[in-house]
Every structure is written in structure tokens, then in C-alpha cells.
Ligand binder design. Structure first.
Ligand code: HEM
Length: 368
């Protein structure tokens, strides 16, 4: 679909698709002209169950965005997340060992064994969820993302009901955790959020906790899974010094998040096309990451590609808050997985993709 123009109007979905690296980067980088708030889109329809997300930084434009993000920014800096490394390593080893102990026919599923459980364990720890509550916490969180990951797709109505219940249970849990940290401050993210100068109201506090869960879990699962998939396809496993560069190339070549949406704030002409204020623009990170005008040989996985200014974590004001954490998790988990044995593909031509145009990953990835 890239064709000759950087953007195309899709009459069926009623939005623009943006494919070129330069345009995607420009739109993500220009908050004056492009808004992240879907309420600015013409014909905006509120989707009830996700309403609280609208009160989070993901859908806020500056200056409000910057105030919210500042509350947690320091928790996610590379130097701060680095302290989680021993925990991530220990949990990765435990998960891999458990999977190896239970494996059948010498095969383990990377998604079930490691890529799926690890991120939620890490975010629970970061938030300050006590160890004894982590299993329950993980169950709620799993239910919320079910259908995009995990096993079978259940009956849609039943799933929706369970997801609503899990969402409410999780919100209640966060409410209690927040109340507890107001009384008993600790060295965790929830304490930081409740003590924030920004004076967040209850919806904002809950939104914060839910955002971290939603934004950080399935995305990191996909990064890990996509990495093992590509390394298997390429019959390659990065040595210690190559791992971080190879992970950047995974983020370019198989971006876990494929698109981000913006709304035009004013009438514009782009490449001779008339974009009106209120029009929705879908910025395709995955396409930008393979734009031949930006990357030589874009459809080839080059593990030591440098420079690699991919847009896998977005760009500009909303550049992924969790990028240092996701990078660290991927690096440590791959190290621990590779330390146990030589990972070789046990999958065939029938990989089952996640049912989403926005997320890129597979539901299951068997390896030997
Ligand atoms: C924002 C991707 C992991 C939290 C974003 C954006 C992208 C992205 C593309 C930009 C959104 C936009 O421009 O509208 C990813 C990928 C991940 C990942 C590919 C894993 C490989 C995480 C983790 C966390 C996280 C682990 C937190 C624990 C966030 C938050 C935002 C965000 C809070 C909103 C930032 C803002 O609006 O300023 N992420 N993410 N992400 N991500 Fe991530």
C-alpha cells in the first residue's frame, strides 16, 4: 500500500493511512498540529469500557500530558530500571526452569513459558503489588488481554463479561493499594503516584495503574516473541555484546506496536491531499520502519544495523515511557533463555498471529 504517496484515504474506515517514515515522524513530533485525543476527531464515539484511558497521558496533549508524565518519569529512566535487573533475571530463570521441567517432547512454548508471564510479574513488582497477591493480579491482567494473547478465544459475550469483571476487580484492588500507600508509603510506583504534586484525582490514579498494565504487557510479550521468532528464522542467536543492537533491529523489523493514531487539529495539505481538521490519521510505525527512503535493504533483518532510528517506540512527546524497561526485560530474558540451551525453532508454517492490526506477534511459539 505504500505506493507513491505517503498517505492514503480509506473510505471504509474513514481515516488516513500514513506510511512514509518522514510523515509518520513529523506527525508524532508535532503536537501543535496533531492531537492524541480522540475526542478531537469528527464523529468521535465514546467506547464505554475504555473511558478511563482517556484520562491518561497516552491521550493527553501538552501541557497536561507533561504534568502527568512527569509524575512517573524518573521511575522509568534507564538508570532507575537497571535496579530491577537481578529480579528480572531471577524470574526469567525460574520461568524457563519451570517450563523445562514440564516440557513435553523436548518442546517449550516461548509465549506461555516466558514472554507472556514475565512482563506482568515485573510491572506488578514495580507498582508495589505484594508478592502474595501477584498470582491473583496476573489472573485479572491476563483476562483483560485475553483474545489478543493466550490460548483459545472464548465465546465473545462470555469473554466480555469476564473482562469487565476482571477490570472492576483490578480497579478495586488498585483502590485498596492506593489507600494503603497513602497510610504506609513505600519505595514503589503507587506511592509515587499518590504522593504526586500534580494532585491526581481518583480516576487519574486508577487510569495510571491500568495504563501501565495495558501499555506494557502484551507489547513486551510481542517484543520477546518476535525476537525469538526472527532469531530462529535467521538461524542466529546474538552473543552478549550483540544483543542490544539485535533487539533494536527486532523493534524495527517486526514492530510489536504497528500503528499510532493522531487527529488533525487544522486543515492541511499533505502531498497535494486535503486533510481536514478532525480527520483521523493512522501512523503506521511498521511501514515507516521499512521505508526504503530511510533504511537500506529495509526488508532484511540486519542484527548489527547502525544507525537504526526506528519508530518502534514512537517518537516525540509520547515516546514510550516504558522503553528502557522493555529493552532491559528483552535483553535479560533472551540472555537467560539462551543460557539454558540452544534455542531452535519447533514451529512450522502455521504460526497463529495475534488478531489485531495494531499489535504484531504470534499466540504461540514452540522451540526446542
Ligand atoms: C507509549 C510501544 C512497552 C508504557 C508508547 C508508544 C509506543 C509504545 C509506540 C507511543 C504512543 C503514541 O505515540 O501515541 C511500546 C512497545 C513496548 C512498550 C513496542 C514493548 C516492546 C512499554 C512498557 C511500559 C509502557 C513496558 C510501562 C511499563 C507506555 C506509556 C506510554 C507508552 C505509559 C504513553 C507515553 C506518553 O503518552 O507519554 N509505547 N511500549 N510501554 N508506553 Fe510503551
Amino acid at each position: 500500500r505504500r505506493g507513491a504517496s505517503p498517505l492514503h484515504w480509506d473510505p471504509d474506515r474513514g481515516c488516513w493511512d500514513v506510511f512514509s517514515y518522514d510523515e509518520v515522524k513529523r506527525m508524532l513530533g508535532d503536537d501543535e498540529t496533531f492531537s492524541v485525543d480522540p475526542r478531537n476527531a469528527s464523529g468521535f464515539q465514546p467506547a464505554g469500557d475504555q473511558a478511563f484511558l482517556l484520562e491518561t497521558m497516552l491521550f493527553q496533549d501538552p501541557p497536561k500530558h507533561d504534568r502527568t508524565r512527569d509524575v512517573v518519569d524518573e521511575f522509568f529512566r534507564p538508570s532507575a530500571v537497571k535496579s530491577l535487573e537481578p529480579f528480572i533475571a531471577e524470574e526469567s530463570r525460574r520461568l524457563v526452569e519451570e517450563a523445562l521441567a514440564e516440557r513435553e517432547d523436548d518442546v517449550i512454548d516461548v509465549v506461555d513459558a516466558l514472554a507472556y508471564p514475565l512482563p506482568v510479574i515485573v510491572i506488578a513488582k514495580l507498582l508495589g503489588v505484594p508478592a502474595e497477591d501477584r498470582d491473583q493480579f496476573k489472573q485479572w491482567s491476563d483476562t483483560i488481554v485475553e483474545g489478543t494473547a493466550g490460548e483459545e478465544e472464548a465465546d465473545a459475550a462470555d469473554l466480555q463479561q469476564r473482562q469487565m469483571e476482571a477490570g472492576m476487580a483490578l480497579a478495586n484492588y488498585f483502590r485498596e493499594l492506593v489507600a494503603d500507600r497513602q497510610e504506609n508509603p513505600a519505595e514503589d510506583l503507587v506511592t509515587r503516584i499518590v504522593q504526586a504534586d500534580a494532585d491526581l484525582n481518583e480516576t487519574e490514579i486508577l487510569g495510571f495503574c491500568m495504563l501501565l498494565l495495558i501499555a506494557g504487557n502484551i507489547t513486551t510479550t510481542n517484543l520477546l516473541t518476535n525476537a525469538v521468532r526472527i532469531f530462529g528464522e535467521e538461524a542466529y542467536w546474538p552473543a552478549a555484546g550483540q544483543r542490544d543492537t539485535a533487539i533494536e533491529e527486532v523493534l524495527r523489523y517486526r514492530a510489536p506496536v504497528q500503528s499510532m493514531t493522531r487527529v488533525a487539529r487544522e486543515d492541511l495539505t499533505i502531498d497535494g491531499k486535503r486533510v481536514e481538521a478532525g480527520d483521523t490519521l493512522v501512523c503506521w510505525l511498521g511501514a515507516a520502519n521499512r521505508d526504503p527512503a530511510q533504511f537500506a535493504d529495509p526488508d532484511t533483518f540486519v542484527p548489527d544495523r547502525r544507525p537504526n532510528q526506528h519508530l518502534g517506540f514512537g517518537y516525540g512527546t509520547h515516546y514510550c515511557l516504558g522503553a528502557p524497561l522493555a529493552r532491559l526485560e528483552a535483553s535479560v530474558a533472551l540472555r537467560e533463555l539462551g543460557a539454558e540451551y540452544e534455542v531452535t525453532p519447533a514451529w512450522g508454517d502455521d504460526l497463529d498471529p495475534i488478531d489485531s492490526s495494531f499489535l504484531h506477534g504470534v499466540r504461540s511459539l514452540p522451540v526446542r
